[in-house]
Design a protein around this ligand. Sequence first.
Ligand code: PYC
Length: 318
Amino acid sequence: MSTEAPLQIDVVDSHTEGEPTRVVIAGWPMPEGATMAERRDQMRRHADHLRRGVVLEPRGHDAIVGALLTPPVERGSAAGVVFFNDVGYLGMCGHGTIGVVRTLEFLGRLSPGRVALDTPVGTVSADLDADGTVTITNVPAYRHAADVSVHVPGLGTVRGDVAWGGNWFFLVDHGEPALTADNIPELTRLTTRIRDALHAQGITGTDGAEIDHIELFGAPTVPGADSRNFVLCPGAAYDRSPCGTGTSAKLAVLHERGKLAPGQHWTQESITGSTFTGWLEQTGGRLVPHIRGRAFVTGRSTLRFDPADPFRFGWRNA
Ligand code: PYC
């Protein structure tokens, strides 16, 4: 992989139920590696300036999730994909996968039907319907620990479950402040303090994995939804969609609590009022989440990297 900075990178922007995805379609030097995890690690070592340049200000903002398409690593997959955001790399990304599928359709590379995509945490598949709706079949989800107490300084004890849905989540049944758009700054502060406390107290996912997403749940507000959430992503941005990997983790927790049977639908509302519908399939003792939602292409552009521009690789206030 060349470490020289390209002068331009082509991207397609979309949003999935409100959450943006920026798919890189040309110009980024291809990472090498036999697995997607190796390719992600090579990007982290040699191309992190491109991650920053593509998603951060002045070209982007902290809510954008980027997606680099690569050749597949598994037979039968259409492509590989590495998701990244303003602070680093994601294992999987549910809203991002829906955005990638709609982007491939927009580019004329995909028609309605099934497509498999390789990610650093495993191969996922997606079904594109004729009306543009996408249903992803995620990597298996599971609850790692139930009713974990974390002491949050100044707040007291917060209880939640640790679960995997393609990323690591701490899931909390939440009371006050209400999960409303007006309260987003306060909810961001609250979830950041919970995440800091988890780190400080050494509470992790499997094999010491960092829990970098915090998910609060409350009563739904839109007809047909079962619950509303607020999801803090790695960094300080919140998910405008109900979060595909977060909804996957929630389905696994509900199942373990005896509240969701395989095949039973769960409609998760986001802080913006958008929804995903998800359900679990139980195969070979594993819980495989399916998440359905919509994405819309919002633009196609060429990002320019002027060597004279001091902010060409982005700026972040942190
Ligand atoms: O949809 O899985 C998701 C996701 C993760 C971070 C932002 N969105």
